[in-house]
Design a protein around this ligand. Structure first.
Ligand code: ARG
Length: 467
């Protein structure tokens, strides 16, 4: 034997480069404690099937518990000669309880069903961790929204001034996609809650072992209905990677705005010192590095997802060694988000908004032109014509801006300007050239009227508590 898991039919050990290529302990060791939990559950299944005596079972469980403590403390690590986490832990078990007892544990299972199960266990745990961290970002957005319940800002489409909105409304617009991401993790978990343990190599377990009992012991709802699917499928890893990529993209969109708003030109916010960095040469600099790293890491998370999908494409059933490549992308996604999310939460919580500046810009760029059109509609003018007339007001403002060399806004038009455009445009049109009025008028569900945004804030808080 070579000391590996399959000595019998081989005359010699693997070539050095073969072993080097094959080795995965440097990334799969993080599954060691899940592997040991699986082994304990499997030992009990063997015992129930009459394949281990009470003493055998207790000997194995004691050794496995001791190994778990040693892995947790860092005293037990893989050897350079170990191929993967399963092989390494079997080697140590054999060293500790002897080949006679240790050699009984491998009956009726395969690394194929082990790895598929351990990966689900690991991802389910980290989906909860990441979900909680996403909720911390949401809580920071909600707190900022609650702190600015009345502050208006320019709402944009195409990055152009569109209509005034409340800052709280805009901040909550970043919270909702993140709340949906957390809900996506929960939906995903319902699918990930089936254990492949007992699928064995591909055809299912023999020896009278009970996959459901093992599943329940490992925290699953049940076991997979198809052993081939149980060992070959990685759609759950890919779906997990999608949700992490989506979180990355959602954070990136938020971050892009933080970066933009922190510019001199926008001056909508100031970053807290603790969540920004300086320049080694330019003394004045205060850079939005958290937001930039979030934007950058979104690219990496998308790469993790697409790399994994590319690995799966074209794989015949059932297990292929290609599947060993499933782990690093999702581990990278986990590591990336678990470091990134607390920093984003800290940055968002400490943003200082310049609400005077935002309020001053809110109506500019003719952002109240829709309100003029709506006012005309209330006076009986068909919207099509109202749209034309309001557009003519904007054109008049632009002509005058050019002629007078200053910015002329809708409220600067004279009674004569309005009357020249249409007799419908009486001077009291100025009653709607007002940000507070514009905001208050958008009072349908989901709208930016302050009362609706307060409602929305309560809904977001309820969702935070529910998830
Ligand atoms: N280390 C492998 C993986 O990560 C599991 C081992 C299965 N290997 C095998 N030759 N059947 O997928």
């Amino acid at each position: 034997g070579t000391g590996a898991l399959w000595g019998g039919r081989f005359a010699g050990g693997p070539a050095d480069a073969m072993a080097e290529l094959s080795r995965s302990t440097h990334f799969d060791w993080r599954l060691a404690r899940y592997d040991l939990a699986g082994s304990r559950a499997h030992a009990r299944a063997l015992h129930r099937a009459g394949l281990l005596t009470d003493d055998d079972l207790n000997g194995l469980l004691d050794a496995l518990a001791k190994m778990d403590a040693d892995v947790a403390s860092g005293a037990l690590v893989a050897d350079p000669g170990d191929e993967d986490v399963h092989g390494a832990l079997e080697r140590v078990l054999l060293e500790r309880v002897g080949p006679e007892l240790g050699g009984r544990l491998r009956a009726g299972r395969s690394r194929n069903d082990q790895i598929a199960t351990l990966l689900r266990m690991y991802l389910r745990d980290h989906a909860r961790v990441i979900g909680g961290q996403v909720l911390d970002v949401v809580a920071a957005l909600v707190a900022q929204a609650a702190a600015h319940p009345e502050a208006p800002m320019p709402g944009r489409t195409h990055l152009q001034h569109a209509q005034p909105v409340l800052l709280a409304h805009h901040l909550l617009a970043h919270a909702w996609p993140l709340l949906r991401d957390v809900a996506r993790f929960a939906d995903w978990d319902a699918r990930a809650a089936s254990s492949p343990y007992g699928s064995s190599a591909l055809a299912g377990t023999s020896l009278g072992l009970d996959p459901v009992a093992v599943a329940v012991e490992l925290g699953f709802e049940g076991s997979v209905p198809n052993s081939i699917d149980g060992t070959a499928a990685r759609d759950l890893a890919a779906e997990f990677a999608f949700v992490t990529a989506m979180v990355g993209v959602d954070l990136s969109r938020l971050s892009e705005e933080v970066i933009l708003w922190a510019t001199k030109e926008f001056s909508f916010l100031t970053l807290d010192d603790a969540w920004s960095t300086g320049s080694s040469i330019m003394p004045q600099k205060k850079n939005p590095d958290v937001a930039e790293l979030a934007r950058g890491k979104a690219g990496r998370l998308i790469g993790d997802l697409t790399g994994l999908l590319a690995t799966l494409k074209g794989l015949p059933l059932a297990y292929n060694r290609d599947l060993q490549e499933d782990k690093e992308p999702v581990f990278d996604a986990v590591d990336t988000l678990e470091v990134l999310l607390p920093a984003v939460a800290g940055q968002v919580a400490t943003l200082v908004f310049h609400t005077d500046r935002m309020a001053e810009l809110a109506p500019r760029g003719f952002a109240l032109a829709t309100d003029v059109a709506d006012w005309l509609v209330r006076k009986g003018v068909p919207f099509r014509e109202a749209h034309e007339l309001s557009g003519a007001c904007v054109r008049r403002c632009e002509e005058r801006s050019t002629a007078e060399g200053r910015e002329v806004e809708l409220w600067d038009l004279t009674d004569a300007d309005f009357a020249a455009i249409s007799p419908h445009l009486t001077p009291d049109v100025r009653s709607v050239l007002d940000v507070a009025g514009s905001l208050a008028s958008r009072d349908g569900r989901g709208g930016t009227a302050p009362a609706r945004v307060l409602e929305q804030l309560a809904e977001a808080r309820a969702e935070l508590t529910r998830l």
